[in-house]
Design a protein around this ligand. Structure first.
Ligand SMILES: Nc1nc2c(ncn2[C@@H]2O[C@H](COP(=O)(O)OP(=O)(O)OP(=O)(O)O)[C@@H](O)[C@H]2O)c(=O)[nH]1
Ligand SMILES: [Mg+2]
Length: 458
């Protein structure tokens, strides 16, 4: 449980990952941070030295040298947390790092809780809540797209949009509330048509942000792609080719893959979760039948389905029937003919002129790049603009939905010409949810929850 009364303590934690490295970095933050390190650093008086400077020397406790270190000095309020901060770069042994922590605790610091540095940055107004959350996303980012989105939000991309919206709504709510004081005189300070315009444009902004969540989710969690088809179509071969490794067993025995196999690849900065499945057929083999059931299950859950067929065997009629039955109203379905290397190109064009499919050779890697491009296009519909603000956080999504509902209520209320005091109520509701996103309105449980998901040292 976070207790705000303890945020005057000076806290310390290892900032680098656990284990042995060439260098380990510890971070200490709080009112006494510089004093505590100064006590352990005999060669200079840090209290007299300017902020944003580096110092090499020995850390010494009870007369014995712990390590030779480099100190980075940040004096309040010009630091990540807004407090006095010293970063200690020491040799990367876990033992040395622990000795430094012990020495600092002896001098009055305590161990930091997960996310406590970032929480302090938030409490000291260095970051708003969406920016603090973006810090956690940035640390967790594993693709170009997730890095870009998190970085943009950490720099305040999302919060700037919300801030602007909030300021405009505040202005109008102030005017409407002023009217209420003059209710006898029947005046309107708040220009109704301007307010109406504002609400419309705010609805548009929140609508776009809400829509971006789907893409945001994909950027954060990856896109599920199920590879489906009859036995021996070459599904496992395709998985291996996309991964560039022999992950799945390939053989000419129909029914080789019985369980689903999942692997992750990164294409143009987007994370795809590929799922190779058991070939679809009716089988007497109990285990294989369970595998086929699982294939259907994965197909239902997938964001994108690749239906792979063997173009040396498959008939157009069967494909059309399959498409009708399985994918009649799915946009995210890619029909792919495999074993192109076994067929003459003209033959293929003739044979399959009635269907829209991509032809590849999984074994020879032919046109696999086209398939990759198709996957990316499906996700982005041709325009993944990670320069735009994208919502990746379910908490923001939920609160924005409430903001959007409140905006709709304001607009409907105005259409029905309801009294100003009722409009003011809806505006306040809208402001409340906006404030919840950025952290201007928070409760302690919510903060606990958000920061407890960080790692220690951040
Ligand atoms: N010529 C040719 N053979 C291929 C190609 N792709 C796969 N094969 C062969 O087709 C056979 C079946 O390949 P798999 O990848 O095991 O097929 P699968 O769809 O995973 O089959 P199940 O796991 O049984 O459902 C193997 O002998 C592969 O070498 C291709 O592009 N060209
Ligand atoms: Mg297989």
């Amino acid at each position: 449980m976070y207790n705000l009364n303890t945020w005057n303590d000076t806290i310390i934690a290892i900032a680098t990952p656990p284990g042995v490295g060439a260098i380990g970095v510890l971070r200490i933050s709080g009112e006494k941070a510089i004093e505590i390190i100064n006590d352990l650093f005999p060669s200079k008086d840090l209290l007299l030295l300017p902020s944003h400077t580096l110092h090499v020397g020995n850390l010494v406790n009870n007369g014995s040298i712990i390590d030779e270190v480099v100190l980075s000095l940040f004096k309040a309020p010009r630091s990540y947390t807004g407090e006095n901060v010293v970063e200690i770069s020491c040799h990367g042994s876990a033992f040395i790092q622990q000795k430094i922590i012990d020495a600092c605790i002896e001098k009055g610091a305590r161990l930091a809780r997960p996310g406590e540095f970032t929480q302090r940055a938030f409490l000291n107004g260095k970051l708003d809540l969406t920016q603090a959350e973006a810090v956690a996303d940035l640390i967790a980012s594993n693709t170009e797209a997730s890095r870009k989105t998190a970085l943009l939000n950490m720099r305040g991309g999302f919060s700037n949009i919300l801030k602007e919206l909030r300021e405009q709504l505040l202005k109008f709510s102030a005017l409407i509330e002023l009217e209420l004081d003059f209710s006898q005189e029947d005046v309107e300070f708040a220009d109704r048509s301007q307010l109406y315009e504002l609400i419309l444009s705010a609805e548009k902004t929140t609508g776009e942000l809400l829509q971006s969540f789907q893409l945001g989710n994909v950027i954060r969690n990856g896109v599920q792609v199920a590879i489906i088809g009859k036995p021996n179509a070459g599904k496992s071969t395709l998985l291996n080719t996309l991964l560039n490794e022999n992950r799945a067993i390939v053989s000419d025995i129909a029914g080789t893959t019985r369980d689903t196999i999942e692997e992750v690849i990164n294409i143009e900065g987007i994370l795809f979760r590929l799922i190779d499945t058991a070939g679809i057929r009716t089988s007497k083999d109990e285990i294989e039948s369970i595998g086929v059931e699982k294939s259907f299950e994965k197909m239902r859950l997938a964001d994108i389905v690749i239906y792979l067929f063997d173009c040396t065997h498959e008939t157009v009629d069967h494909l059309l029937a399959e498409q009708q039955q399985l994918f009649s109203n799915s946009k995210n379905f890619i029909l792919v003919g495999n074993k192109l290397d076994m067929m003459d190109a003209d033959n293929i064009i003739q044979k399959y002129e009635d269907i829209k499919a991509l032809f590849i050779s999984a074994k020879e890697h032919t046109h696999v790049n086209l398939l990759k491009k198709e996957l990316v296009d499906k996700v982005t519909s041709g325009n993944l603009q990670t320069e735009n603000v994208i919502i990746t956080n379910a908490r923001h999504f939920e609160a924005l939905q409430k903001v959007n509902d409140a905006l709709v209520d304001i607009r409907k209320g105005m259409d029905e010409k309801i009294p100003g005091d009722l409009i003011a109520l809806d505006i306040r509701r809208c402001l409340h949810y906006l404030g919840e996103i950025t952290g201007q309105i928070t409760n302690e449980d919510q903060l606990d929850y958000i920061f407890s998901k960080f790692c220690i040292g951040k």
